[in-house]
Design a protein around this ligand. Structure first.
Ligand SMILES: C[S@@+](CC[C@H](N)C(=O)[O-])C[C@H]1O[C@@H](n2cnc3c(N)ncnc32)[C@H](O)[C@@H]1O
Length: 259
C-alpha cells in the first residue's frame, strides 16, 4: 500500500480542504457534508439532536458505524481524524460521564472548532481534542477500548502505519469500528497522483483486499464489513467511482488477545 503521491503537497491540500470544511461548511466540495448526509448514512435523528449543530454542519464522514462500535458507559474511545467532532460528541453521549473520548486531528481549524463546541456544550471533561497524526498517535499502548474513524484513513499515504497504531493503543479485545473509502480495482497512477481527488477521499482509496490485509497484519481480526449508501458529487469523482468501483464501507475489527 505504498504510493507515489507527493506527500507534502497532499498534506497541505488535505489541511486546506478540511480547514474550509470547518470554516465554510456550506461551501461546494466533491463530497457532501452536514446533517442531511448523516441522516442518509443512517445516523439516528434523536442522537444528532443531542450533538452540537456546528459539529453536524461540518460532518464529512462516509458511513455509519456506531452499531458496530457498540460503545458502553465508561469506555475510552479514540476518534482518528475527528474533524469538527460530530462522531466524538455522539461517542461522548454513549460512554457517559465515566468515559473518555479523544479526537485526534492535524488541521488546526477543525480542532479549534471542536474544542470550542466541547466547551460550549460543557462536555470538555470527557470529549477532548488533541493535535496529532493518526499514523503516530499521541497515546500509550493498550489504553483504548474502541478506535473509531470516519472518512479519514483513505487520506493517509501509509495506511498500514495507521492500523499498527490503532492496534497499539487498543487493549486486547478492543474494537476498531470505522467507515472509509475503498476500491474494487486498484486506482490508476493518474488518479493517485491527483492531490485534489486524493484530498476528496478518492485518490488515496486502497483496493479493498489490501485494505483488509493491512488491518489483519496489524493484529486486528475483521469481523464485519458492509457497503454504505454513499456517493460523491462532482463529475470527476463520480467518473473515478464508476471506473474503479470506489465505495464506502463500514468495518468492525477486534484486537486479538495474543498480539
Ligand atoms: C473527511 S474529514 C472527516 C472528519 C470527521 N471524521 C467527520 O466525519 O466529519 C477528514 C479529517 O481527517 C483529518 N486528517 C486527515 N489525515 C490526517 C492525519 N494523517 N492525521 C490527523 N488527521 C488527519 C483532516 O484534517 C480532516 O479533519
Amino acid at each position: 500500500m505504498t504510493t507515489s503521491v507527493d506527500t507534502n503537497a497532499l498534506e497541505a491540500k488535505v489541511q486546506h480542504m478540511y480547514q474550509l470544511v470547518a470554516e465554510e461548511p456550506h461551501g461546494s466540495y466533491h463530497f457532501e457534508t452536514g446533517r442531511e448526509l448523516a441522516e442518509q448514512l443512517g445516523y439516528d435523528t434523536a442522537a444528532l439532536d443531542g450533538a452540537p449543530a456546528g459539529a453536524i454542519e461540518s460532518f464529512a464522514g462516509v458511513g455509519y458505524f456506531f452499531d458496530l462500535a457498540a460503545l458502553r458507559p465508561g469506555e475510552r474511545v479514540f476518534d482518528l481524524g475527528s474533524g469538527s467532532g460530530m462522531d466524538a460528541f455522539l461517542a461522548g453521549d454513549l460512554v457517559g460521564p465515566a468515559g473518555l473520548v479523544v479526537g485526534i486531528d492535524f488541521t488546526q481549524e477543525q480542532l479549534d472548532k471542536a474544542r470550542r463546541l466541547a466547551r460550549e456544550s460543557n462536555v470538555d471533561d470527557r470529549v477532548q481534542f488533541r493535535h496529532g497524526r493518526i499514523d503516530r498517535l499521541p497515546a500509550p499502548d493498550g489504553m483504548v477500548d474502541c478506535v473509531i474513524s470516519n472518512g479519514v484513513i483513505n487520506l493517509c499515504p501509509d495506511k498500514a502505519a495507521v492500523f499498527v497504531e490503532a492496534a497499539r493503543v487498543l487493549r486486547p479485545g478492543g474494537r476498531l469500528a470505522i467507515a472509509d473509502i475503498v476500491t474494487e480495482r486498484p486506482l490508476a497512477e493518474a488518479i493517485v497522483c491527483n492531490v485534489d481527488l486524493w484530498a476528496s477521499c478518492i485518490g488515496g482509496a486502497a483496493q479493498e483486499d489490501s485494505y483488509r490485509s493491512a488491518i489483519e497484519s496489524a493484529g486486528l481480526r475483521v469481523e464485519e464489513v458492509r457497503v454504505n449508501p454513499y456517493s460523491f458529487i462532482s463529475p470527476s469523482a463520480r467518473s473515478a467511482t464508476a471506473t474503479y468501483g470506489v465505495k464506502s464501507i463500514s468495518l468492525l475489527a477486534r484486537k486479538q488477545r495474543m498480539v
